[in-house]
Write a protein that binds this ligand. Structure first.
Ligand SMILES: [Zn+2]
Length: 508
């Protein structure tokens, strides 16, 4: 119409003139609309070519629309391509498709490509509401929403679905009938599933999934519905005016509120995030039913997993308890400890270990007694452990001329030419000490012997950055002896990476 309107060409055809009306009434011979799905063969395209070899008869432009063009056969596309390469005069082709990727590149490259946006659900619902009012159909907003959801942005699909629903139920549409026609999973089923998840009744998962499967529901479809259901539970909880956002009746909103009334917002959010996490897994699983069951059981146990806030609370409670039990002054490093530089790093037996143990916080980390034999074998155990945990450090450890394990001393002996490696190892003494403690269950004194170089390093230590590093390790070690630190490290399975001092309020 835009091309052929007698008052045009114009973006806004008048709809009054002969041309506009002829197109509206589908009586204009120069306007041809073809359904690509039912006219997909080469014969159809040949017939089309035949009919357009002459100039358009009455109109400015002949317009040919091929809908669902991706449905054409390959031969048909090839025949069409010839026409596009030598287009007849005053002829415009319009190809419509929902699957652009199926259109051959040779065709697509000769076209201008316009992408139409999907309609939003409210837009579709508005239009359906308009149609329903015109036809005097009594249908709820909820039913219209179900149709809009199922149409997935396509107005034509939405109209077809509305038509189906109405032909099934007559002019008075009940929600249940809409659900039935669209094969939508009963809302009470979502309610059942959300209840067993929220009440951690893992045993109920299996019979309920069985009922889904035997009723013939699509599990993936069900799953995305369940995600939306949880989203709605959260929405009615956080939104001041949920009715505005959900096309639900007041009764339905109250029911959602009832289901989620004992739930915390944070928990509902965690459920939603975890449900979403499972979506891809379900989509690609070869056994979606088993995946669904396992994932739902996992969701049932989500409540037992503690949120981070609770863990932090527990840590601070633990700290307070330790403070009460502590009769000795803490061994936080003081400023003058930095001046106490040594390259032979050693540290005292843990004075607080016993006190820490009686709180029973380290039951999980009872060390294995792997250092049954001292000497070379112990050194090997240590080496293999390092190789597993810090593969970059292990070869450096290997540059040691010798590792001596005697009583409570581990001595790394480096040749004079390996001074640099000795320094590298000295930066990891905190780690090595922890490994030795874990493997043997006892505190070791770690020593590094660097032959003659040792002395020289000592003298220059004040200007040597690497040595300052080892001094920092010294501080870290002192910190590690502190029961508070130990408790913290054990509860979060952490390790000390660096020690930074906070200025004390009394020091300016
Ligand atoms: Zn007109």
């Amino acid at each position: 119409k835009a091309l052929n309107c007698e008052k045009g060409p114009t973006p806004e055809p008048c709809n009054q003139c002969f041309m506009c009306q002829a197109i509206n009434n589908e009586t204009l011979l120069d306007f041809i609309e073809i359904d690509g799905a039912s006219n997909r063969g080469i014969e159809d395209v040949k017939a089309l070519r035949e009919s357009i070899q002459y100039e358009p008869m009455h109109s400015r432009y002949r317009v040919i629309i091929i809908d669902e063009v991706h449905q054409l056969s390959r031969d048909a596309f090839n025949a069409l391509l010839k026409t596009l390469e030598e287009p007849p005069t005053r002829t415009v082709f319009i190809f419509a498709t929902t699957e652009f990727h199926k259109v051959p590149k040779t065709i697509a490259s000769r076209c201008q490509h316009f992408v139409f946006k999907r309609l939003t659900n409210p837009q579709i619902m508005n239009h359906l509401r308009y149609l329903a009012d015109q036809e005097k159909i009594d249908i709820s907003s909820y039913s219209l929403k179900l149709i809009a959801d199922a149409a997935d942005g396509s107005l034509r699909d939405a109209e077809t679905l509305l038509d189906m629903v109405v032909s099934f139920s007559g002019s008075k549409v009940r929600d249940k009938e809409t659900e039935e026609v669209l094969g939508i999973i009963n809302r009470s089923l979502f309610e059942d599933f959300s209840r067993i998840i929220l009440e951690s009744q893992a045993g109920e998962v299996f019979p309920l999934v069985e009922s889904l499967v035997s009723a013939g529901y699509d599990l993936r479809h069900f799953y995305s519905g369940l995600i939306e259901y949880f989203r709605n539970l959260l929405l009615v909880k956080v939104s001041a005016n949920p009715a505005e956002l959900l096309a639900f009746s007041e009764e339905e909103i109250n029911r959602l509120k009832e289901v989620g009334k004992d739930q915390k917002k944070e928990d509902l959010l965690r459920y939603i995030l975890m449900l979403q996490e499972g979506e891809a897994g379900l989509r690609y699983s070869a056994q979606p039913r088993i995946f669904l069951e396992a994932w739902l059981v996992k969701l049932c146990y989500l409540k037992n997993l503690k949120p981070v806030e609770e863990i932090l609370e527990e840590i601070s409670r633990l700290k307070d308890e330790l403070k009460r039990n502590q009769n000795e002054q803490s061994v936080y490093p003081t400023t003058n400890s930095t001046s106490n530089l040594k390259s032979n790093v050693s540290f005292k037996q843990a004075t607080k270990t016993a006190e820490y143990n009686h709180l029973g916080q380290n039951q999980n980390s009872v060390p294995k007694k792997e250092f049954s034999v001292f000497g070379q074998e112990a050194a090997d155990v240590l080496y293999f452990r390092v190789m597993k945990e810090k593969p970059a450090l292990a070869p450096i450890l290997k540059t040691c001329k010798k590792v001596e394990v005697k009583e409570s001393i581990i001595k790394f002996i480096f040749g004079q030419d390996k001074k640099h490696f000795a320094e590298l190892i000295s930066q990891h003494l905190v780690y090595l000490n922890r490994v030795a403690l874990e493997l043997s269950g006892k505190e070791f004194e770690l020593q590094i012997e660097e032959g003659q170089v040792n002395q020289a390093v000592k003298e220059n230590s004040n200007h040597h950055p690497e040595i300052r590093e080892s001094a920092r390790n010294d501080e870290a070690k002192k910190l590690l002896q502190d029961p508070k630190t130990k408790a913290l490290l054990s509860s979060i399975k952490g390790q000390v990476i660096a020690v930074k001092k906070k200025p004390r309020p009394d020091q300016t």
